[in-house]
Ligand binder design. Structure first.
Ligand code: COA
Length: 477
């Protein structure tokens, strides 16, 4: 009996082995024939460039961001084609909707310019039914992006452990003011980050106080860093199958952008910073990198000088760089051809102590031309210069409109407005800038089409207060 059983099992085993071999043979036979799958890579699209979808098509973002840093990040992801679902507090929304309003009752430019290419759903994340919806969104989405104050996400019950258990593939990306350390619990805004990241102490004039810059390097700069981290995490997830936490501290983001000043700090320990104009002026350096006014951040001396019309136009200036290889061309232009061979001026080290005099002389020439004339004349002979462009000039510049860097968008309640389009241009992922959503504009659509709620369930959710402002919920009850 036992022998017969054994023989039967052996026969079945041999049959299975043969079947496995046959199917394995089938796979081996098919693979080399699929020429399109060379090296296991998918077949390149046959659609013309720019018509094969967008870079982040199919990526779903649960956008829990507000104010500027987080929204910058998710707007960029939206520009790249991701479906960005912005969760906002019922009745209130992102606080910037109402900040710095220029049109009564309409969403501000602060909000509209940072929240294009997104859908808005209102959910009270602290309401039990709201939490249920959020859990469904966590299962559906690929990335949760947030920039709440430290601990706020945990207080909503959305801990990393909970999110990772609910959807192990989800990437949780956060902006915080500071990384782990003494200040990790602090709430942080733009200028605090500029100060903590080393930008303010190195910006401004030597004899004046530290200055913050107009570019929002703390908020928008950090949002940009976070978007990079998210894309990297998405690529790593293709290999590991699991999501991870991505954290960008605003202090770190600013320091990354101010890294040349940390370079100078280390150089200073070895001797004076010879390209800083204070060196030429004989003013001793202290222990830390000083503010350098408009000195160039690179090794080539540069300065902002006046152009024709400066008396009435506050932006009639040009940045002028005395780059060594074009020194001869500069001397010819400004009517000082003798400086080309004069040992007092002919070499960069000889010029360093005289930079003030040199820029004053160049300025005598630039003051006879408009900033655009200076640009035209200098560019022809490769002298690097930059006109100081006002925001009015930028807003009206046709070439920036043509490239989609400045875009005009229509909005149902505020009318047309300008926004900044995608600063990253891709040949196969063309950005289409869409207006920002009204508060909760897509609540029903997301509940129905994305999460599969039935009409009766949506009505019930609305009555529960999970989607509405508390006052409305009370009235309904
Ligand atoms: N439903 C219910 N509650 C919600 C909600 C929703 N949909 N969305 C937000 N909230 C709650 C939060 O849970 C939090 O409540 P809690 O403090 O009781 O936990 C509350 O709203 C406020 O959130 P918070 O992030 O603390 O906002 P704030 O206005 O007090 O602080 C910042 C704003 C920007 C200072 C702070 O969010 C922060 O430091 N963020 C990180 C750094 C950053 O990004 N700064 C730059 C912003 S441009």
């Amino acid at each position: 009996m036992a022998t017969r059983k054994k023989a039967k099992a052996a026969k079945a085993k041999a049959k299975n082995k043969a079947a496995a071999k046959k199917s394995a043979r089938k796979v081996v036979k098919l693979a080399p024939r699929k020429k399109a799958n060379v090296n296991g890579l998918p077949k390149p699209s046959s659609k013309p460039y720019g018509q094969a979808g967008k870079a982040l098509d199919g990526i779903k973002i649960l956008d829990f961001t507000h104010v500027q840093s987080g929204p910058t990040c998710t707007q960029l992801l939206g520009y790249m084609g991701a479906d960005v679902i912005k969760v906002e507090r019922p009745g209130v929304g992102d606080i910037t909707r109402g900040q710095l309003r220029d049109v009564k009752g309409a969403d501000s430019l602060y909000f509209t310019m940072l929240n294009g290419n997104k859908r808005s759903i209102t959910i009270d994340s602290k309401h039990p039914k709201g939490r249920e919806i959020l859990d469904r969104l966590i299962k559906y989405c690929d990335v949760l992006v947030e920039n709440f104050a430290p601990g706020a996400l945990d207080r909503m019950g959305l801990t990393w452990e909970h999110i990772h258990k609910t959807n192990p593939r989800m990437i949780v990306a956060s902006v915080k003011g500071f990384g782990p350390g003494p200040y990790e619990d602090c709430k942080v805004y733009e200028n605090v980050a500029q100060c903590a990241g080393g930008s303010a102490s190195t910006t401004g004039f030597r004899d004046g106080p530290p200055l913050v810059t107009g570019a929002q390097i703390g908020d928008s700069g950090t949002g940009l860093h976070l978007a990079f981290g998210i894309c990297c995490a998405l690529i790593q997830r293709q290999r590991t199958g699991r999501g991870q936490k991505v954290l960008t501290a605003m202090q770190d983001g600013v320091l990354n952008l101010a890294r040349v000043k940390l370079r100078d700090q280390q150089r200073l320990e070895k001797g004076p910073l010879t390209e800083y104009s204070q060196y030429g002026e004989g003013i001793p350096f202290g222990k830390a990198v000083p503010r350098a006014g408009n000195d160039s951040g690179g090794g080539q001396p540069g300065w902002i000088i006046k152009c024709k019309g400066w008396e009435t136009d506050p932006d009639s200036y040009v940045y002028f760089i005395t780059q060594a290889p074009v020194w001869g061309a500069i001397c010819d232009l400004i009517g000082k051809p003798e400086w080309k061979t004069d040992p007092e001026y002919a070499t960069p080290p000889a010029r360093l102590p005289k930079l003030r005099k040199i820029f004053d002389t160049i300025e005598q020439w630039t003051m006879t031309k408009s900033k655009f004339e200076v640009m035209d004349i200098c560019n022809k002979v490769d002298i690097p210069v930059g006109p100081i462009l006002s925001m009015k000039e930028i807003a009206e510049e046709p070439s920036l409109r043509a490239t989609g860097t400045v875009v005009e968008v229509d909005h149902p309640t505020r009318g047309r407005y300008l926004t900044v389009g995608n600063p990253v241009k891709m040949s196969d992922s063309v950005t289409e800038v869409k207006r920002s959503p009204l508060l909760g504009e897509h609540t029903d659509e997301i509940l129905k089409d994305v999460l599969g709620y039935k009409a009766a369930e949506i009505a019930e959710l609305k009555n529960s207060g999970a989607l509405n402002a508390p006052q409305k919920a009370e009235k309904a009850a």
